[in-house]
Structure formats: structure tokens, C-alpha cells
Design a protein around this ligand. Sequence first.
Ligand SMILES: O=C(O)CCC(=O)C(=O)O
Ligand SMILES: [Fe+2]
Length: 216
Amino acid sequence: MSTLDLFHQAQPGQRIAMGAQAFILPGFAEPWLDRLLPALEAIQREAPFRQMMTKGGRRMSVQTTACGKLGWVSNEYGYRYSPIDPDSGQPWPTMPDCLLELAQHAAREAGFNDFHPDTCLINRYLPGARMGLHQDKDECDFNAPIVSISLGMPATFLFGGFKRSDRPARTILNHGDVAVWGGVDRMRFHGVMPLGDIPHPQLGSQRINLTLRKAG
Ligand SMILES: O=C(O)CCC(=O)C(=O)O
Ligand SMILES: [Fe+2]
């Protein structure tokens, strides 16, 4: 048994508050990982990672794909949710049951009982990739929380205020950690610092982040 297992056994149901309705749930995804990791590989085969454009017409450093009824897509004019993967012309891969189940359990743990996500954005960070401070605001329903699952290499997550210039708090997100934010904290600016390169035993030199939302 690793020290990590001991830590999680010693702290069942631990919640680290980032705000009144924003929490990190350390290791919360672990019971689902045996099912989730193979399901993710199947999704990547059906809808491979690609690099989307920012509104400024530059390539994002993070690679993305999606599953669920909707996927987040971009071109140089902006971002939107689409039921079709523009690369394949096909609907996005179905959201695996284990992913939905994990997201709903995590939402409940953070105080959000009726979470019905219709999209999961899958972000892949290779060493050096980052995500600048932003708000998630392309969704139709801001009442639903955001559930964000971290896999692979650790990352420094930035969780700020309601203005881009508000100085963000920094938290490390490790393999199996889940962050949930909603309600009064739904529109907080957040981002990810440039990733280092400490290869993960299972996933190697990458971090995969799964972000579930109610978009439609
Ligand atoms: O990778 C992360 O932890 C955050 C991802 C995120 O904020 C997003 O996809 O909107
Ligand atoms: Fe975000």
C-alpha cells in the first residue's frame, strides 16, 4: 500500500475549500480509475486529440477532445458547443457510465445534488502546456456546477476571483483529484500553470483533465 492510499484512508471524504461552493476532493476519483482509464483510451481512438484555436487565432497549447452530447469547439471567430465533432463529422463519443457516475458523486460531495452534465471536455497537457486565466461562460446553464477530474502528472491550478486581475490561489492537483465549483463560485477565473515534466507511472509525461458541465 502506498502512502497515498494511507492518506486517503486516513481522510475519507476530505474536502478542501477554495470558496463557499468550491472544493478540491483529493483522490476522489480513485475508485473509478480502473474503469475510467480504458474508457478514455477508447474515446481518444474515436475522437483523437487536436489543438483548437484561441479567439486571437493562435493554437492553444493544450490538446482537446470531448465526449457526451456536446463538445466544445473553436475557430478563429470564437467558441461554441456542437453535437458534431468537426474533425470526424460524427457525433462525439458517448459519455461512459463510470464517468457520469463519478461526476455525479463528486458533485453531490460538494453539495450539488442534481448534476446532469451533457458534455465532458478532455484536455491533454504535455510538458510546458498551460491554460490562461478564464471563466467558463459558453454554457447555457450557470446553475450547474463544473466538475473537473485530474489524471496523470500534477499541475498547479489557479483559482481566482471574479475579475481577471484578482490574484488567484494556487493548489496542486494530482492524479485522481477532483475539483468542483458552482453556485456563488461558478464564474470564478481559473487556469493552469505551465506543466512540468514529472512522468506519471501510469500515464507518462502528460496530464489529462476531464471537465464536465451542463452546456445545453
Ligand atoms: O485543466 C484544468 O484543470 C482546467 C481546465 C479548464 O479550466 C477548462 O477546460 O475550462
Ligand atoms: Fe475552465
